[in-house]
Structures are given as C-alpha cells and as structure tokens.
Design a protein around this ligand. Sequence first.
Ligand SMILES: [Zn+2]
Length: 103
Amino acid sequence: MHVKKGDLVKVLAGRDKGKEGHIVQAFPKENRVVVEKVNLVKRHQRPTAENPEGGIITKEAPIHVSNVMKVCTSCRKPTRIAHKFLDDGKKVRACKHCGATLD
Ligand SMILES: [Zn+2]
C-alpha cells in the first residue's frame, strides 16, 4: 500500500471527500484503511457491564486506499508517492511535488 498507519491523508471520494485525517488503522490485505473522523457509521450497542446504558456509538469504518492520497508533510499538498533511495540504500517514500522524504 502507498499509505500506512499514522499517515496524514486526504479523502478523494465518497461521503467525506475533501476531508483530511490520520490513518488510525491499516488493513494491507484488504487494501483498506481507517481514517480518523472519516466514514463514520452509527452502531447500536447492547448494554454491557462497562456501558450499562448501551445506545448508539459512532465509529470509523474502513475505506479503500485508492480513495485516499497521502498529504505531503512538507508542502501540504496531496501527492502521489515517488520512491527514492537514501545513501545507505534504504528505499523511502517521497513527495512528487517537492521531493521531500515522507518516511
Ligand atoms: Zn511535498
């Protein structure tokens, strides 16, 4: 995947198009990510010992990685990922706009 947990991303499609948030959970096998405050769904919860009232809770649902783009921490633009190699041969992600290293 081009993004991972902790990345700041912009949502490109769906109900929350245009929103930005950090990835709080990633599911590489399913190519899905959970982005904070994005794709919120209401869940009806039964009363439990910890929460005797039960009721409705809102929670983020995963969205497909193709619907998000990483936001460059340097130029603040949503960017596609370029790859570059450091002097020690390590491969890192880089911004297509400004070339900043994103790892
Ligand atoms: Zn940049």
